[in-house]
Design a protein around this ligand. Sequence first.
Ligand SMILES: [Zn+2]
Length: 95
Amino acid sequence: MTDTTTATSTAWPDGVIARYLTVAGATVDLTYTDGQVKATCTGERCPWEHREQTEIYYFDSDEEKARKINPVLPAAQRQAQAHAEKCRAMPRPTT
Ligand SMILES: [Zn+2]
């Protein structure tokens, strides 16, 4: 049996929509919180983040939320991809 515990197969945190592996082995995670699609870098002390505003309200149904999140995703994905390609901040070892 081969070891499949790599950055590409470990469980994603709740709410992560998409994830980009950076050149240093950290990840850029796309999440949705408080009306914004947010891209954050998990490289240690990396200050980069990117936000895309949406018009989502707390009473919107799940379908409505998805319909409003979808249009801003490509822009957030482009930013996440661009950052992942050049960020050299490594993740802090967990052990
Ligand atoms: Zn970074």
